[in-house]
Every structure is written in structure tokens, then in C-alpha cells.
Design a protein around this ligand. Sequence first.
Ligand SMILES: *Cc1c(COP(=O)(O)O)cnc(C)c1O
Length: 225
Amino acid sequence: MIAENLQQVKSTLKAGVSLVAVSKFHPAEAIKEAYDAGQRVFGESHVQELVAKEEVLPKDIEWHFIGHLQTNKVKYMAPFVSLIHSMDSMKLMKEINKQGQKCGRVIDVLLQIHVAAEETKFGFTPEEVVEMLNDGEWRTLEYVRIVGLMAMATNTDDEARIGREFESVAQLFDVLKGHFFADQPSFKELSMGMSGDYLIAQTHGSTMVRVGSKIFGERDYSSQP
Ligand SMILES: *Cc1c(COP(=O)(O)O)cnc(C)c1O
């Protein structure tokens, strides 16, 4: 079932769009099934769960962290995480830098942008992100590399609205690329789109979609570690 779902989702991806299989709340066996079907990139949103799965699953998995990240938890994933999608404050960026330095590795991150209506979603507003980048301190953090933006759209059936939100992030990406990352080819990722809206996100420049339930089925929150 998981292999079929994975195949189905992959068949709907535009060329150049990569797939993060969001495995939060699903057991390691489910991840192994997707792994055996060829998937190597997985996304988790809780640090403890991520660390537990990393220990028991194959070492060539690329683990992405997509949930809200507290500074005191960065150290647990710093040795192996391949991309943190949810970088949402300078304080967090400094901590990721510190932990990256300790491990002797540069940690890739995306700047999370808040465009959705819900207050519960984290991230920089477009104004805040420009202010943070203008300040320039980020340039001194040698163990963190900003490789793009991440955003979530409002949870709504209004597809036009979702499209406008994704489009605003895509435009912000272009502006930031031109102003701050023109000489950095590594600034190229736009992580937008989940099971319900990745097809829309793809038409607005997403390069990376984060799809969970369409691959693994509904999440069983009662099995939360
Ligand atoms: C859970 C989650 C997803 C995947 O959601 P689905 O609707 O199951 O595809 C994507 N992005 C983030 C940030 C998430 O927390």
C-alpha cells in the first residue's frame, strides 16, 4: 500500500520537484516499506521521534526536520540532520550554528515564512525575514547555510487563497535571492506543499513537497512517543 501510494504521488510530481515523505507518527516499519520502494528522504516533526527512528533505520536516509524546533533540542539532531525546514528565529539559527560547529558540519536550513491565516503557524513574516537578512549577522554563522524558504498555506478549501499565499512566498524567494543570495547557487529550495495542496504549490514554483498522509495514510496520534 505504502509503495503504491508513493508511486502514485511521485507520478504527479513535476520534473525537478523533490519529495520529502513525512513519516511523523508512523512507525519505523512504515518508513522501511517506503525505503524499500526507493524513497530516501523523510521528514519528521518531533526531535525525540526523529532520533529514535534514525537509530534503527538505514544510514543512507536523509532526515529532514519540519516541525517547530526548540533551541534546546537542536543538539540531538545536529550530528545527522540533512535539512531543517523550520528555521524561524535568529536565536535558533545561532544555536544551529553552535551545534554544527561542535559536530564539524555545516547544517542546511530553510527560512520558514509565515503567510497563513492561522496564528499557530510559526515563521518569519516577509518583513521580519528582510530585517533579519539586512542585519547581516547570519553571514558570520559559518556552520549554517540558508538554502531556501519553507512555507505552509492556510488550511482551507479556498484554492485561490492557497495559490495566492504560495505565489507570495515564491515572489519573496525571488526578491531575497536577488538581494542576498545572488552569488549563492545553493539558495534554490522552495519547500511548499503538503498532501492537500502540493499540486497547487507545484504550479507556484515549489521545488520540494512535504507529503505525509497521502503516502502513509492517516496518522495515529495515540501512538505518539
Ligand atoms: C505533517 C506535516 C506535513 C505533511 O502533512 P500531510 O497533510 O500529512 O501531507 C507537511 N509539512 C509539515 C510542516 C507538517 O507538519
